[in-house]
Design a protein. Structure first.
Length: 255
């Protein structure tokens, strides 16, 4: 037995943590080790929080940029790695530009869910998901899944297809579990890349959904049977280990 709680809810994030480093999964979810923060995590959470306040009606569109400026350094406290030049300034300015130029046709949509947890069970595998925003287009009646991302998939002019595929898997899992738990059939997905203020969108595809679900359930089942929580010492994983892993301070294997 691996001591995973019987009511454990797998998420896209927890499954990805296991695939990135089984030891990180073990410390995070089985040992409940203290979790630290990262610059990127704090930045993403802060931007998500502002958008949640807007779509819930707690901030008006003309208040977004001022709220961002007044609260940025209280929310984004962790310093980024010093070897990445001007990253703090770059992120701050791009976020500020996004909220200063923020434009969304809110009246065009009916808002169904904002940052609401979705929990359930699939063949004895518990799951927990938290889609950013679910909308209904008042004109077409299409149900839209809108998710915000603070990553930049266009670095140095080259689109990151691998990362985009990961996001598509995540969205397809949201689609399946939203239908299973809430009876909502998503017709369209929109990813909003905030620092670039760019959109990537696509229509629902049943085959892609099935592939994502199979992958997720297979990895979750592997985790429930696993007893070997070895660290991932691959050199390609060094950046995650040193700068992104939230339980690195508790890890005996950290370089």
């Amino acid at each position: 037995m691996n001591n995973l709680p019987t009511n454990f809810g797998f998420s896209f994030s927890s499954v990805n943590t296991y695939l990135t480093c089984p030891q990180a999964f073990y410390l995070t979810y089985l040992q409940k080790a203290p979790r630290g923060s990262s610059f990127w995590g704090e930045y993403g959470s802060f931007c998500h929080d502002i958008l949640q306040k807007y779509f819930e009606g707690n901030l008006d569109i003309f208040e977004l940029a001022d709220y961002y400026k007044k609260n940025y350094y209280e929310n984004v406290k962790t310093s980024p790695p010093p070897f990445i030049k001007n990253i703090h300034e770059d992120y701050y300015e791009k976020g500020l530009s996004f909220f200063e130029e923020f434009d969304f046709p809110k009246d065009k949509y009916e808002i169904i869910n904002v940052e609401e947890f979705v929990r359930g069970n699939y063949e004895n595998i518990g799951f927990v998901m938290k889609p950013d925003l679910i909308l209904i287009d008042k004109t077409t009646t299409s149900v839209v899944l809108l998710d915000y991302k603070t990553a930049d998939l266009w670095k140095k002019g080259v689109f990151n297809k691998k990362k985009m595929q990961e996001y598509k898997v995540q969205m397809n899992l949201y689609i399946y579990f939203l239908r299973k738990t809430k009876g909502l059939q998503i017709n369209k997905v929109i990813l909003w890349f905030l620092r670039n203020n760019k959109f990537e969108e696509w229509d629902y595809n049943a085959e892609d959904e099935a592939t994502a679900l199979e992958w997720f359930i297979n990895v979750a089942r592997e985790i429930t049977l696993n007893t070997d929580w070895h660290p991932n010492n691959d050199k390609k994983n060094a950046f995650f280990c040193q700068h992104l892993c939230s339980v690195s301070s508790s890890c005996e294997y950290k370089p």
